[in-house]
Design a protein around this ligand. Structure first.
Ligand SMILES: Nc1nc2c(c(=O)[nH]1)N[C@H]1C(S)=C(S)[C@@H](COP(=O)(O)O)O[C@H]1N2
Ligand SMILES: [Mo]
Length: 320
């Protein structure tokens, strides 16, 4: 495994200075609402302009367990971002050209109050928390990431879902000018689409993340806003979300369309349901030593006590 380190380019060097300045102002504004009071920083203090203020984000106590996080250098430099590249190291560089500011998110479909929100308006209405979750890719590697985000349910409730809203469909940004693989629909169809059942989307473990490791989200990890569903395989955790639609029927998702026998709609982590080409009963933990044994994969990635009831009476081999 090749892990490139020190590839982080200061964003001031690669971003047009005006855009950079605007982004600092938004982050400053966001952090004002995030940390004012709790930390004593105010939006006008110079400290609030540094990324360190994100470290004052309170910890969410959704799981009651303490996990050792994977090194941020690894998580930032080993990414899956197929719009840019099919390898795991190049998105660190390639994704920097994506414009993530300004950003807006459309919420529509089976809701009383459809709306297009500016990202800063979404974030300023949420109390951001740190969620330390295991993250398991369908390729059988895993990591532990300290995300900064808020429950997806909070945002969905603002739109007032109708009773006809049975599923939620998420769509990533479509920007073939900066995302080279979007020029070709032969393998995967773009934009990237994912979906959840409404009760999965409303579950308190399901978050939208705007940052990780005490900083705003790196572009290669899905800036400015991505989904994180810790009990499902990583491809469900869609990056760079521009649209959230409440829908009546299960959406057609990118990976399910590409290979329905390999990637089910549910894709709950399950050691007993192998991928057609490999076992899922153990995983390589990113950052662990060469001689460290693989981790035994847990049903629902270890979150069963909180999420198993969502799948009561369902045959998990059939609904994989
Ligand atoms: N839009 C989009 N979202 C995506 C992907 C992608 O290629 N495009 N890859 C998925 C896969 S396969 C995984 S494992 C996780 C990886 O998240 P990370 O790169 O931040 O580790 O993002 C998921 N979300
Ligand atoms: Mo993945």
């Amino acid at each position: 495994m090749i892990i490139k380190t020190n590839k982080d380019i200061p964003s001031s060097e690669i971003t047009d200075p005006l855009v950079f300045k605007q982004r600092r102002q938004i982050i400053k504004a966001m952090m004002g609402s995030l940390v004012a009071g709790a930390s004593g920083f105010s939006a006008s203090s110079p400290l609030a302009e540094t990324k360190t203020a994100w470290t004052n984000v309170p910890k969410a106590n959704t799981t009651g367990e303490s996990l050792i996080t994977t090194s941020s250098e690894i998580v930032k430099n080993h990414t899956n971002y197929y719009e840019f590249t099919f390898n795991k190291t190049d998105a660190t560089r390639l994704a920097q050209s994506l414009t993530t500011d300004p950003w807006s998110v459309e919420i529509s479909g089976e809701v009383e109050k459809p709306a297009i929100y500016h990202l800063e308006d979404i974030l300023s209405q949420q109390s951001l928390q740190e969620y330390i979750y295991r993250f398991r890719c369908v390729e059988a590697w895993s990591m532990v990431v300290p995300w900064i985000g808020f429950p997806l349910a909070n945002l969905l409730k603002m739109a007032k879902p109708l009773s006809s809203a049975q599923f939620v469909q998420f769509t990533s940004v479509y920007d073939p000018k900066t995302m080279p693989n979007q020029h070709n629909n032969a393998m995967l169809e773009w934009p990237y689409v994912e979906g959840l059942r409404i009760d999965e989307a409303m579950h308190p473990l399901t978050i939208l993340a705007a940052g990780m490791y005490g900083e705003s989200m790196p572009k290669q990890n899905g800036a400015p806003l991505r989904l994180v569903v810790p009990w499902k395989y990583g491809f469900k955790s869609i990056k760079a979300i521009v649209k959230i639609e409440l829908v009546k029927r299960a959406p057609m998702t990118t990976w399910n369309k590409y290979a329905p026998n390999d990637y089910g709609f549910y894709s709950n982590v399950n050691p007993d349901v192998p991928h057609p080409r490999w076992s899922q009963n153990s995983e390589r933990q990113l950052g662990s030593g060469f001689f460290t044994p693989r981790r035994k994969t847990e049903l629902f990635n270890g979150y069963g006590s909180q999420v198993a009831s969502l799948y009561r009476d369902m045959d998990l081999r059939h609904f994989f």
